[in-house]
Design a protein around this ligand. Structure first.
Ligand code: C2E
Ligand code: MG
Ligand code: MG
Length: 711
């Protein structure tokens, strides 16, 4: 049957003539929308994805090119519903292959044959629709299966939940009701921390409490898949809070790190006729507002939140204008050798020189750009400016020092970072050692493999890679040894070294610095603000720093003046300190392992003592360690002692014993081995153990072990 509805094509091409030609060819069969650049195409697709049936995309365009539009579509999951045909005059096979990899359905090269173009476009639309129908049908069957009650949680699944809420709202239009969205922070990470089984248990536990709530107070609970729950609840503020606190303090929850606590967003239903999906969205917006903020568990919806979403859009529009008007520049903050005070390099930090607002700092616009997948626009611009500046320095006959640029996680998913940087250094003919790359630590937490892959590519291509903001996220030192990075940047602010927990901060810093040294990774400490900090950092053996104490970020010309005095510059750059390892100060005496941060930074670690007669004793382990070896973590008591001693025995005990003398002999590098181990549940596993000698005490030597499982 021929339907009356015509399909709509979005034509994206910077050349007006090309658009005209295509329109001419296609206008009989299709409605047409046209845009002349990649940015507008993205914006249009986001706002009108349901109205178009195909995208016909030019490869070569100024600004965002075809590849980038494709990456954006992938990132925003637009490619799932929208087929793309790529057009280009060149039939370079690499490009074609790359385009197909990015999800293009077909490729047309200019000049076109009119009849073929029509056929291919129409066929693509129909095939894609047919395929989508099939997928939808499968989806429907699948959904019908667990339409009513979800197996795992025993709660109503989305559609049933929505239906019940709908009926309830119509039946009780005068009740004061709340919609509550619940999800678990970092749930993906939770699964990789504790395993899927624990993940399932955790979801069941939330479901149990929701059911209990509805039994006690009324309301309807539902499971929306993943880690998303929803609750329609009567407006009883006090009961709600009391109940919430009970859940948050429950024994089930206390097994896990606080970073994984469930969070709730609450929306008071204003209009019982509002669509249930939209009601839930309001609750979800409230929830999103406190995501990644450890200090908040509950968020009530208010209108400013929706306003925030609108503000964001306006900001994006303003950024686009700012880019066109060259308002984005970069400042440089020097990195120094603390011993000599000399400058060893710089970091380029973007600034928005806004025509009305003056200098705007990246904290205001970078997060918005990252969230929306537009960050690479600005980054490419800044990196290019940096490359051009390096080139101009070389051309002017100066001896250059390296400057690092910042790459955000979203860049890696929306553009080809390595390719682009390589193009830049080639185009500007600068040695690639001069353009260093900073990637922030939190990037390594999710989708680890994709990031690792990019990291390796960057290094193979000859770029120096710095891990930025170490200590901010969940990476452990164990991760560090698997990641091919060149330099580690530790940020003081993540150690929260205020007066009250100075000691703890220092201990963490020491262990990180020691471990990095053992792994032969040079470090820079960032955010150094005071003389005291410089003092203890140098005592600890740190050499390199970046911070307001030395220099603030400064305009490029100021930086040029600074480094033109060559005695202020140290061309040796950043290297590994070959000082003796510092002894971890009273490591064991501070109640270090009660701290979430330490647990996360260090990974699975334990301390061993070896007596002069060779007796080995496990004296401390953190949760991750006890989990790996399958022993429960017990607090400090006598039972613990036996448990700890008992928990060290791998099958190859002799080899384990040998490790201790080997570690003692090489205090800088430590030693490592792979040993078989029987967990308390009887399972045999292979453990990769690294062992470092820490210090000598009367009659005993103290060692530090980190383990990970390899089977
Ligand atoms: P970052 O890469 O960790 O950069 C260091 C930040 O710490 C800079 O903030 C710098 O001004 C600040 N800082 C340096 N020393 C001190 C100190 O002693 N005390 C304190 N309190 N702060 C200090 P800025 O320039 O506001 O940049 C913030 C973040 O924005 C950067 O953190 C980076 O993640 C991001 N960023 C900056 N430029 C770019 C860029 O071109 N592209 C991308 N993707 N991100 C950028
Ligand atoms: Mg940085
Ligand atoms: Mg940093």
């Amino acid at each position: 049957m021929h339907s009356n509805k015509r399909y709509r094509a979005l034509i994206v091409d910077d050349s007006e003539m090309n658009r005209e030609i295509l329109k001419e060819i296609l206008a009989d069969e299709l409605d047409i929308t046209e845009v002349d650049n990649g940015e507008d195409a993205c914006e249009y697709m986001i706002n009108h994805s349901g109205e178009i049936n195909i995208v016909i995309l030019d490869l070569v365009m100024p600004g965002m090119d075809g590849f980038e539009v494709l990456r954006f579509m992938k990132y925003k999951h637009l490619s799932d519903t929208l087929p793309v045909i790529m057009i280009s005059a060149d039939s370079d096979e690499n490009n074609i292959e790359k385009a197909f990899d990015l999800g293009v359905i077909d490729f047309l090269s200019r000049p076109f044959s009119e009849r073929i173009v029509i056929r291919r476009v129409m066929t693509t639309i129909r095939l894609f629709r047919r395929q989508k129908e099939l997928v939808d049908e499968l989806d429907r069957q699948y959904k019908a299966d667990d339409m009513r009650i979800d197996d795992l949680t025993g709660l109503d699944y989305k559609q049933t939940f929505y239906n019940k809420v709908y009926t309830h709202l119509r039946g009780n239009p005068n009740d004061r009701l709340l919609m509550i969205a619940i999800d678990v922070d970092h749930f993906k990470l939770f699964n990789s921390y504790y395993g899927w089984e624990s993940g399932d248990r955790y979801l069941k536990f939330i479901a149990k409490y929701l059911k209990e709530f509805t039994q006690r107070f009324g309301g309807i609970a539902g499971y929306l898949g993943g880690d998303d729950f929803a609750l329609l609840a009567p407006y009883k503020r006090q009961e709600l809070l009391t109940f919430g606190n009970m859940v948050w303090k429950s024994p089930e929850l206390s097994n896990y790190e606080v970073g994984f606590a469930p969070k709730v967003g609450i929306y008071e239903i204003q209009d019982p006729l509002e669509a249930v999906g939209s009601i839930y969205d309001h609750a979800k917006i409230a929830l999103e507002n406190i995501k990644d903020d450890y200090t908040k568990k509950i968020s009530w919806y208010n209108h400013s939140m929706l306003q925030n979403v609108r503000d964001e859009f306006e900001l994006l529009v303003d950024i686009k204008r700012g880019m066109a008007e060259n308002e984005f520049i970069f400042f440089v903050q020097p990195k120094v050798n603390m011993h000599t005070g000399r400058i060893v390099g710089g970091e380029a930090l973007v600034r928005w020189n806004h025509k009305e607002k003056g200098l705007v700092s990246p904290g205001v616009f970078i997060p918005v750009l990252e969230k929306n997948g537009f960050i690479s626009q600005i980054d490419k611009l800044v990196w290019r400016e940096v490359a051009a500046w390096l080139k101009s320095r070389i051309d002017d006959g100066h001896r250059p020092i390296p400057v690092s640029i910042n790459v955000s996680r979203a860049d890696i998913f929306t553009m080809d970072v390595t390719d682009y940087l390589e193009e830049l250094v080639n185009e500007y003919e600068i040695p690639r050692e001069l353009l260093e790359v900073e990637i922030t630590e939190s990037a390594f937490v999710e989708e680890e493999n994709r990031i690792k892959e990019e990291l390796n590519r960057l290094r193979r291509t000859g770029f120096t890679v710095l891990m930025d903001d170490f200590g901010s996220g969940y990476s452990s030192l164990n991760t560090l040894k698997d990641l091919a990075i060149d330099i580690l940047k530790i940020d003081m602010k993540f150690l929260r070294m205020d007066v009250t927990n100075m000691n703890k901060g220092v201990s963490i810093l020491e262990s990180v610095v020691n471990m990095a040294r053992a792994l032969h990774i040079p470090t820079i400490v960032e955010g150094v603000e005071t003389e005291e900090q410089v003092d203890f950092l140098t005592k600890m053996g740190c050499i390199f720093a970046q911070g307001f104490y030395f220099y603030r970020p400064m305009p490029v010309d100021e930086f040029e003046r600074l480094i033109s005095e060559e005695e202020k510059v140290d061309f040796k750059g950043i290297f590994i300190s070959d000082l003796e390892p510092v002894h971890v100060r009273e490591f064991l005496d501070e109640n270090l392992f009660s701290d979430v941060v330490v647990n996360n930074i260090l990974g699975a670690v334990a301390f061993y003592e070896v007596e002069d007669d060779g007796t080995i004793r496990l004296i401390r382990m953190n949760k991750q360690y006890s989990k790996l070896i399958g022993r429960e973590f017990v607090g400090e008591d006598e039972e613990n002692e036996e448990l700890l001693t008992d928990a060290i025995r791998p099958q190859n005990y002799d080899r384990f014993q040998d490790m201790f003398s080997a570690a003692y002999m090489s205090p800088l590098t430590g030693t490592e081995d792979i040993l078989r181990f029987t967990r308390s549940d009887g399972e045999e596993i292979l453990l990769h153990i690294r062992l470092f000698f820490l210090r000598k005490r009367p009659d005993v030597r103290v060692y530090y072990a980190s383990i990970d499982r390899i089977s």
